[in-house]
Ligand binder design. Structure first.
Ligand SMILES: Cc1cc2nc3c(=O)[nH]c(=O)nc-3n(C[C@H](O)[C@H](O)[C@H](O)COP(=O)(O)O)c2cc1C
Length: 368
């Protein structure tokens, strides 16, 4: 209700500026303990039917915040009050970088889409670890079971040649491992030159093997699961190459999908904008890929589904296609910060209607 009133004002601003303002407001709310507690009371939905255990991590519900929303970890405490079961921070690179030229984020209002060409603007991994330290120190990590699970999404630097990309990722894994509940290897953003080449047969196996051995050699007992985030623009053959490498290196799961370079389904006036398209126009495409991954891996590989989720129905579509967890980004732009709460309530309603003991019974129930 409140967001419906605020949205026209936000939509008068440049999309990236509006995003920074929203994030700052969430950070501010999270910094005031009374407000933070009130948000949790308002947005948290606690019900055993929403809980799941993926790769040894206890999620209180299946809804997560997708990467890119809080790149530098400046609003974790506030975001933790919005009803999410997990939060994915980043994408982080080894060194700070500005990203691509402005303007680089556009709303496609006619179809509730977003086009962005940000190119991983972030303050670098060390600044993130410093900013997020209070969150770790407060014992608010998901590992404790009392707070959202915290994922950290990693990318290669803009100027790192492909041949040295594995070194970037391994160094990043070393730095974040003791802090991350799970780690994401992002090789699917369309806005870092050549990044998507890392998904191809020429690079993928070696890269994933290096990352997994770095994770396995990290000090301490804790072993963060490693997920790979993939593009919705893969051919079947490219997807197969990735799944072979994922199986051989024992990657823990797949995040499907990142944004698309396709422009089908959006007004022609936007087709020339550079960058990746997300939101409602991406929905069917990402669901299709989730279904393919689920089928090709016989449902044994955990999948986090993301792309165009803006309602309980859209969330359930991804779950039925094979996603064990889901994430949202563009839906928050159009529907506001209460979206995770609304989706959780909608999933519970569906569990009730079907008489199932938990939403996990619905995972992968609609095949190709
Ligand atoms: C403005 C913007 C920035 C994004 N930045 C990142 C990023 O840094 N890393 C990443 O893995 N995905 C990034 N994404 C992709 C989202 O995490 C998500 O995969 C994609 O937007 C599809 O979900 P959605 O339709 O719910 O937005 C970004 C998306 C948007 C709209």
């Amino acid at each position: 209700m409140i967001y419906r009133a605020v949205r026209p004002l936000l939509f008068r601003l440049d999309a990236e500026r509006a995003h920074h303002l929203s994030l700052r407001a969430i950070a501010l709310a999270g910094a005031i303990p009374l407000v933070r507690d009130a948000m949790r009371r308002l947005f948290d939905v606690r019900d055993a039917r929403l809980q799941t255990n993926i790769c040894g991590l206890e999620f209180t519900n299946p809804i997560g915040l997708a990467a890119g929303y809080d790149k530098n970890g400046t609003a974790i405490a506030g975001l933790a009050g919005l009803g999410f079961g997990h939060l994915e921070m980043g994408t982080l690179t080894l060194h700070p970088q500005f990203g691509n030229a402005l303007p680089r984020m556009h709303r496609v209002r006619e179809c509730e889409g977003v086009i962005n060409s940000l190119g991983f603007p972030n303050k670098g991994v060390d600044a993130f670890l410093a900013a997020a330290e209070p969150y770790f120190r407060d014992g608010q990590r998901g590992i404790t079971g009392s707070r959202p699970i915290l994922g950290i999404n990693l990318g290669k630097g803009k100027d790192t040649p492909l041949e040295q990309a594995a070194q970037d990722y391994c160094e990043l894994v070393r730095k974040v491992h003791s802090r991350a509940d799970y780690i994401v290897i992002n090789i699917s953003s369309p806005n870092t030159p050549e990044l998507r080449m890392l998904q191809t047969r020429a690079y993928i196996s070696e890269l994933l093997a290096a990352v997994i051995s770095t994770r396995n050699e990290a000090p301490g007992d804790h072993r963060s699961p490693v997920f790979v985030k993939i593009s919705p623009d893969l051919t079947d053959a490219e997807l197969d190459d990735i799944l072979v490498a994922v199986g051989a290196t024992r990657i823990d799961g797949i995040i499907a999908t990142n944004t698309t370079l396709e422009r089908r389904g959006i007004p022609v006036g936007y087709a020339g904008l550079k960058g990746g398209l997300s939101g409602a126009p991406l929905r069917a495409r990402s669901t299709e890929l989730i279904r393919k991954v689920y089928t090709r891996t016989n449902g044994v590989l955990p999948i986090i589904g993301v792309g165009g989720i803006d309602s309980p129905q859209a969330a359930l579509e991804k779950i039925r296609a094979g996603a064990s967890l889901i994430q949202i980004y563009s839906g928050m732009v159009y529907r506001g910060p209460g979206l995770a709460h609304q989706i959780n309530l909608g999933i519970l309603k569906e569990c009730q209607r079907l008489g199932v003991r938990g939403y996990t019974e619905l995972v992968g129930t609609v095949k190709i």
